[in-house]
Design a protein around this ligand. Structure first.
Ligand SMILES: Cc1cc2nc3c(=O)[nH]c(=O)nc-3n(C[C@H](O)[C@H](O)[C@H](O)COP(=O)(O)OP(=O)(O)OC[C@H]3O[C@@H](n4cnc5c(N)ncnc54)[C@H](O)[C@@H]3O)c2cc1C
Length: 448
């Protein structure tokens, strides 16, 4: 039987940051991953991350083989391709990563800080004793043997599969399921083009409810002629197959003629507000397993690194106070909600609105500039969403018999403000949580 201060399941961006943080404090940390050590960091991803996440966490910027390109901003295309928004500025500067090299760097930093790694080790379930998570059971994939790993605190960082979260008993108070409608099914490829791409410093995002319902497709330049191209669709009703859609509607474009495939793959991303509660007795949930992802663009590298770091700091405090129960870990919820959760909550309201918006409405909204590039920039920096609804817009929307769209847009903007304020009042202790979570459910249902 092995015993540690902390066991972390999953060596992705969330798990590595959590491991580095706790190991640096001299704690005895075990990090497990089902992948082989040299494959850790290989992740189906768009590979784009904002610089501001690194600034906030005091992390060194990607460099050398981790960095494929510096990005200046995002270019958003309306479904009819007639309106193009260039959203540039401090909040949108970022990096196109070599995801594998970046993941290996994060792993190295965790190991250098003193983390012990067991690779090719698959977590199976939590060990629950007297209402506390006491560690995990895991299978060594080389020897096919199963062992128990005990820990004072377990950190669930297994990403979308959320293997440990899904097996927590209800009395732990952590939501175990995420609804399909809150998940994007994605497919992406890395491709070498025949010719250099235009405006390679911009990440290109294409809105199209027709082809990517509830999502979008992207072309992110990685080198002069290397791109990350993919799409995501909301898993609502009978959603289209992302790979087929990419081949039919995106890779059929002239710029992909004679391009070659470097690698491709499908995966999922939860695009909603964070789980209402991300801690239980002896356990903290981080990263995709806790839905720490931007609900609009699906970016989770930054928030998962933040979640991992905050979880690590909370674990250190809890072990110092010798309080590893839900109360002792609660501060993690509060800190995450303050720093990123409230932004996610606001954007989750906007996501629900966008999912019900058709291509005509998107085309007119962008053409009439109901939301401008500057507003989008401010929103991406975490500020409130602003609307510019002029007399002319009202006339145009009335003309196409969609004036109700403007009413819905106005009420959505008001609801975004309300959701952000509400998350700013996340309860300081578990005692007030029940009331908060019930009111939260009402707030999000009221958007329907
Ligand atoms: C197609 C696509 C495009 C995306 N594009 C972007 C983007 O451009 N920018 C951005 O910021 N985000 C993007 N994301 C989201 C981003 O990739 C994730 O939010 C982020 O990687 C989450 O990190 P994580 O550490 O929580 O999970 P992961 O990175 O998934 O790490 C989880 C780790 O746990 C391990 N694991 C899983 N199950 C077990 C188990 N049972 N036992 C042991 N180990 C286990 C896995 O092997 C993995 O190493 C995208 C996602 C997808 C699917």
């Amino acid at each position: 039987m092995e015993k540690y201060d902390v066991v972390i399941v999953g060596a992705g961006t969330a798990g590595c940051l959590a491991a580095k943080t706790v190991a640096k404090a001299g704690l005895d940390v075990l990090l497990i991953d089902r992948k082989q050590k040299q494959d850790i960091g290989r992740k189906i991803c768009g590979d784009a991350v904002g610089q501001h996440h690194f600034d906030k966490l005091g992390l060194t910027y990607p460099k050398g083989d981790e960095l494929e390109r510096v990005m200046a901003g995002v270019r958003i295309y309306s479904p009819d391709l007639q309106s193009i928004f260039d959203v540039k500025g401090e909040g949108l500067k970022g990096f196109l990563l070599n995801r594998h090299a970046f993941g290996q760097r994060l792993l190295k930093e965790a190991l250098d800080a003193g983390t012990q790694l067991k690779d090719q080790t698959q977590a199976l379930e939590p060990i629950i004793e007297k209402g506390y998570v006491k560690g995990i059971t895991a299978k060594n994939q080389k020897t096919e043997t199963t062992a128990k790993f005990y820990a004072k605190i377990t950190i669930e960082a297994s990403g979308f599969p959320a293997i440990i979260r899904k097996k927590l008993p209800p009395e732990m108070g952590v939501p175990t399921e995420v609804e399909n409608q809150d998940v994007e099914a994605c497919y992406r490829e890395i491709r070498e083009l025949k010719d250099p791409i235009e405006d390679p410093e911009m990440c290109h995002i294409y809105l199209s409810q027709k082809h990517c319902p509830g999502g979008y497709y992207w072309i992110f330049p990685k080198g002069d002629s290397k791109v990350n191209v993919g799409l995501g669709v909301a898993m609502i009703n009978k959603f289209p197959n992302p790979r087929e859609t990419l081949y039919r509607h995106v890779l059929s474009k002239p710029i992909f003629k004679d391009s070659s495939l470097i690698e491709g793959g499908a995966w999922y991303v939860p695009t909603r507000r964070p789980l209402d509660n991300m801690v239980g007795n002896g356990i903290i949930i981080v990263g995709d397993a806790a839905c720490q992802v931007n609900p609009i663009h699906g970016g989770g590298i930054g928030p998962s690194m933040m979640g991992g770091t905050l979880a690590g700091r909370t674990v250190i405090e809890a072990l110092e106070k010798d309080d590893v129960g839900c109360d002792g870990l609660w501060g993690y919820n509060v800190k995450y909600m303050e720093s990123y959760g409230l932004k996610q909550a606001g954007l989750d309201v906007f996501r629900a609105f966008l999912q019900e918006t058709d291509d005509d409405e998107l085309n007119y909204s962008m053409r009439l500039r109901l939301i401008t590039e500057d507003d989008l920039l401010q929103t991406s920096l975490g500020k409130e969403v602003k609307l510019t609804i002029t007399e002319k817009s009202v006339r145009v929307f009335r003309g196409i018999r969609k004036v109700s769209f403007l009413r819905k847009l106005r009420s959505t903007v008001a609801l975004i403000k309300k959701a952000r304020e509400w998350y700013g009042r996340y309860p300081d202790s578990p005692g007030d949580f029940e009331e908060w979570t019930q009111k939260t459910a009402r707030l999000f249902n009221s958007e329907a």
